[in-house]
Ligand binder design. Structure first.
Ligand SMILES: Cc1cc2nc3c(=O)[nH]c(=O)nc-3n(C[C@H](O)[C@H](O)[C@H](O)COP(=O)(O)O)c2cc1C
Length: 153
């Protein structure tokens, strides 16, 4: 089975929960690991030589979580085999604006270790900064799983 890593930097549990939902949906076809960048070393991921990477991005101060962008930069520094497929999703509390996620897109386009970026991303709006998700999130996540499975092929 091809390896996929899903990484998050969840504080209130929402992006972690979605990461696990995506992992559950992919686990029949892929060997999936989920980890927080707070306790996962980039070297651990690099050692697995993953085929795919899915990144949970919290929107903080109208922008993509800087810690996550820095983690991707660090991963780029240690990775030996390029990541064939990379996708990302965002959790946020305010009305969605495309510019929120621009920073992560830029980071992924800049690093050398990424071969293909999923053209579609998922954004999940929360009921306030601590969540939970708003109504309809599970349906959106299920739909995105179909997109992800096609992309990861
Ligand atoms: C300091 C701070 C700033 C935030 N700024 C924004 C923002 O500009 N836009 C937005 O939609 N959500 C904003 N949020 C909400 C976060 O996106 C939300 O807390 C996060 O996605 C929750 O993910 P988690 O449950 O995995 O920690 C902010 C939250 C915090 C704590």
């Amino acid at each position: 089975m091809k390896k996929i890593w899903i990484i998050h930097n969840s504080e209130h549990g929402n992006s972690e929960k979605i990461s696990k939902q995506l992992a559950d949906g992919l686990k029949d076809e892929y060997d999936v690991s989920v980890g927080s960048i707070r306790n996962t070393n980039p070297e651990v991921i690099a050692k697995d030589e993953p085929y795919g990477l899915i990144i949970a991005v919290r929107i903080l101060a109208f922008s993509s979580d800087k810690e996550m962008r820095n983690f991707v930069d660090k991963l780029d520094g240690v990775i030996t085999k390029p990541l064939s497929k990379v996708a990302y999703f965002a959790t946020h509390a305010l009305g969605w604006k495309k510019m929120f996620i621009k920073g992560m897109k830029k980071t992924l386009e800049k690093v050398g270790c990424v071969e293909e970026i999923c053209p579609e991303y998922l954004e999940v709006r929360l009921q306030g900064a601590e969540g939970p998700t708003r109504e309809g999130a599970d349906e959106k996540i299920s739909e995105y799983l179909i997109t992800l499975k096609n992309f990861m092929k």
